[in-house]
Design a protein around this ligand. Sequence first.
Ligand SMILES: NC(=O)c1ccc[n+]([C@@H]2O[C@H](COP(=O)([O-])OP(=O)(O)OC[C@H]3O[C@@H](n4cnc5c(N)ncnc54)[C@H](OP(=O)(O)O)[C@@H]3O)[C@@H](O)[C@H]2O)c1
Length: 286
Amino acid sequence: MNGKILVTGASGQLGALVVDSLLAKVPADQVVALVRRPEAAAPLEAKGVEVRFGSYGDAPALAAAMQGIARVLLISGSEVGNDRVGQHKSVIDAAKDAGVELVAYTSILRADDSGLWLAVDHRGTEKLLGASGLPVALLRNGWYNENLTGALGQSIESGAIIGASGSGRYSPASRADYAEAAAAVLVSDQPAGTYELAGSESFDMAEFAAEVARVSGKPVAYADMSEAELKEIYLSAGLPEVVAHMLADSSAHAANGDLEASGATLEGLIGRKSTPWQDSVKAALA
Ligand SMILES: NC(=O)c1ccc[n+]([C@@H]2O[C@H](COP(=O)([O-])OP(=O)(O)OC[C@H]3O[C@@H](n4cnc5c(N)ncnc54)[C@H](OP(=O)(O)O)[C@@H]3O)[C@@H](O)[C@H]2O)c1
């Protein structure tokens, strides 16, 4: 793989890790980072990569950003509820107009039949990619370990990890694992395809709470409730409606197995087991 690789969302947590993983595989002059905020450029430039600017939706900026690019990683936008499909379309259109040889996209596990509300935008984007006629790599990422470990302080304080997933199992991996997998696909000789990516181990929320209790030494248990009750708690904690809905919906669909999958494809791409979820719990509590 000799051409330039453009990573969108490079100022984000996943994007920055993809840039790092690419730098371990190809020379820095092959990696281009797309950001939308000028202040996001410096940390990426410090890594030796070229930074280009453009927001999703800004067609002229995206057209300029695509010049000389062979492969694009479109990292799904983070503005849930704000026409993400339209935003992604602008990137796909620019990539097509520029004649890139591949677009990789960070989608969600089994996007075509997932019940998650989050999957709706990903299905819409996957359809656009299919219709574009471009060679496409669908990186259908499972849950992040970090989604589960992000608010452990509060859980320990209250003694409860709340959810609506019952005994549904999660197979998450760390952001760094998904980033490494994305880089492996981006530099691959035959990158096009659909990759269902999940962690090597699965567990339910009662097991997760038991591990948090063990590592923290504090009494923490899993409190299961209805999706409506969970959403109400998120709303009363001040989360915006769309975020409360997204979180409660995702938890409820985990009860049906929508966030459980085999870790084999991810392991194949990164050449090792995914980061143990117990390590992520430990890191979050350190
Ligand atoms: N599978 C999962 O469990 C999971 C969990 C969380 C998120 N996700 C998805 O995966 C993506 C990457 O995750 P992450 O942890 O890296 O999220 P993140 O840290 O919030 O990063 C999101 C990135 O997308 C950029 N971005 C968002 N909207 C944009 C727009 N309209 N135009 C240009 N850039 C835009 C952000 O730019 P700024 O820095 O300027 O904001 C940032 O670089 C998320 O955006 C979300 O779609 C998946």
